[in-house]
Design a protein around this ligand. Structure first.
Ligand SMILES: [Zn+2]
Ligand SMILES: [Zn+2]
Length: 340
């Protein structure tokens, strides 16, 4: 099968990725599903793994963790409900997301915060992901997918959508609140629609003409430049752009008691904060770490009830490196998706 590998992490303008055309189709291990990949979203985290901001945990790893697939084979022990609680069988459509495995034994897992499990494993970082024709996923971590979407549209829901949803929870947006979104790519454009469906007023602060246009079309109350002040104070804000400098204007835009959640797994350094200007009056700054399976299922159920407009840019699997270069350069709005 064809599969991309991160051979030499470095700038995507070089050649950190290699396309192999003769990889063996992986064998599902006990408790795993073999997925035939139908679509795989291109996430900024893939860019961080490819460029070495997140050093690959597995040498030559295949990136990709927004995977829509068809179950092609079952590993041992997937007939029982323990390892396969959703009862996947061959031919089912299934989704694989970033969170691949947790120990279910640590204090975090035991209190329902498996996203904080120190032993967690991730798709496309610890194990090969979906920039390939086939991949495996533990059945217990695979997701059922909502109806009403194409495979291409479903892919970005599996990371961009889930993470945006979790970041929205972390931002503690009050009912009917005022939300600021800093950066407006694959994740933000989905979180915006969730917030709007919940009755929020959404202000979008982002560079890029296309992203600004998309924000207007989706119903943003205002659209400004990345570091602009929104027209009213914010109850909550989410920083999607991996730019630490933006923490300052985002905190300064918060109303008393407001919360800023940083959505990304990677952020450049945050400049010094001024207590009076950025934190006093009980403003809060929070990070977001992965998501639990419960977050993912709640979001996918929400997406089944509210049709989200997913802006997709298809790329053939063979040009995954170009998709990453275009992502880095901000050449498209919405989300790039690979198809084998
Ligand atoms: Zn754990
Ligand atoms: Zn992702």
């Amino acid at each position: 099968m064809r599969a991309w590998h991160v051979d030499a992490p470095g700038p995507v303008t070089g050649h950190p990725l290699r396309l192999s055309t003769d990889d063996a189709i992986p064998e599902p291990r006990p408790g795993e599903l073999l997925l035939k990949v139908l679509a795989c979203g291109v996430c900024r985290t893939d860019l961080h793994v490819t460029e070495g901001d997140l050093p690959p945990h597995r040498p030559g790893v295949t990136p990709g963790h927004e995977v829509v697939g068809e179950v092609a084979a079952l590993g041992e022990g997937t007939e029982g409900t323990g390892a396969n609680p959703l009862g996947f069988t061959v031919g089912d459509r299934a989704g694989a997301a970033w969170l691949r495995w947790t120990d279910q034994q640590c204090r975090f897992c035991l209190r329902g915060a498996e996203n904080l499990c120190p032993h967690s494993l991730y798709t496309g970082w610890d194990a090969d992901g979906g920039y390939a024709e086939y991949m495996t996923v533990p059945a217990a971590y695979a997701h059922r997918l909502p109806a009403g979407y194409t495979d291409l549209e479903l892919a970005p829901l599996l990371c961009a959508g889930i993470i945006g949803y979790h970041a929205l929870q972390r931002a503690e947006l009050p009912a009917g609140g005022r939300l600021g979104l800093y950066g407006f790519g694959g994740s933000a454009h989905l979180a915006a629609q969730v917030a709007l469906a919940q009755g929020a007023t959404v202000h979008v602060l982002t560079r890029g003409e296309q992203a600004q246009q998309l924000a207007r079309e989706l119903g943003a109350a205002s659209v400004g430049g990345a570091a602009d002040m929104p027209p009213e104070p914010l109850d909550s804000a989410i920083l999607f752009a991996p730019v630490g400098d933006l923490v300052l204007p985002a905190l300064a835009a918060l109303d008393r008691g407001g919360t800023l959640a940083i959505a990304g797994i990677y952020l450049s350094d945050i400049p010094p904060l001024n207590y009076e200007k950025h934190l006093f009056q009980e403003r809060q700054l929070r990070s977001t770490t992965s998501n639990t399976r419960a977050d993912a299922r709640e979001f996918l159920a929400f997406a089944g009830e509210h049709k989200l407009a997913v802006t997709v840019h298809p790329y053939p699997l063979d040009v995954a490196d170009q998709a990453l270069r275009d992502l880095k350069a901000g050449r498209f709005d919405g989300a790039a998706v690979l198809t084998p």
